[in-house]
Design a protein around this ligand. Structure first.
Ligand code: PNS
Length: 160
């Protein structure tokens, strides 16, 4: 069984994330989406909300499940029997940091990192930008799954 992890904050999940997860699901027997729940970081959505939105967005992929972690990604991979970390690369600007993380993770364990180039239509997409555009009333309907759009609108309108 070849098992991969797709790690991230997913605050919130975007169509770019879903693209990478779906492509990882075609390459591996099983994909675990690993939601980082670092409590020290301020998020728009709680870990439970992020997991909830991911569960719905990934429902079409039968070999994808959602999990969370708080600590080292390599520990999560060891505990879950994950052999590879799949990361999307949007542009050269992503590469420096992603390479650094891949090499650090490689020094900590024997987990492999696999880079997947983001599909061109999502190469500009980032959760931070989606939140900023939505905050100022911009249209992000083509950039996130429908449930995320609803949750974003509700959160920015001032729900709990
Ligand atoms: O969506 P993000 O914010 O780019 O996700 C970053 C994440 C959660 C994948 C990364 O910060 C991470 O792997 N954190 C876990 C802590 C860890 O293992 N740090 C060492 C990485 S070299």
């Amino acid at each position: 069984m070849r098992r991969a992890a797709c790690p991230g904050s997913f605050d919130p999940v975007t169509n770019g994330h879903v693209d990478i997860i779906s492509r990882a699901s075609a390459l591996f027997d099983e994909v675990v989406v690993a939601v980082g729940v670092n409590a020290a970081k301020k998020r728009l959505f709680s870990a439970e909300e992020r997991i909830d939105m991911l569960s719905e967005a990934c429902a079409p992929f039968p070999n994808v499940r959602i999990d969370s972690f708080d600590g080292l990604l390599t520990d999560f991979c060891r505990d879950r029997g994950v052999q590879a970390i799949v990361k999307g690369l949007r542009a050269v600007s992503d590469f420096d940091y992603e390479l650094q993380m891949a090499q650090m993770n490689s020094s900590l364990s024997d987990v492999e990192t696999v880079f997947v180039p983001t599909s061109p239509e999502y190469s500009f997409l980032a959760s931070s930008l989606v939140k900023e555009v939505a905050t100022f009333g911009g249209d992000v309907s083509g950039l996130v799954p429908p449930l995320v759009l609803d949750r974003l609108r509700a959160r920015l309108a001032g729900d709990a």
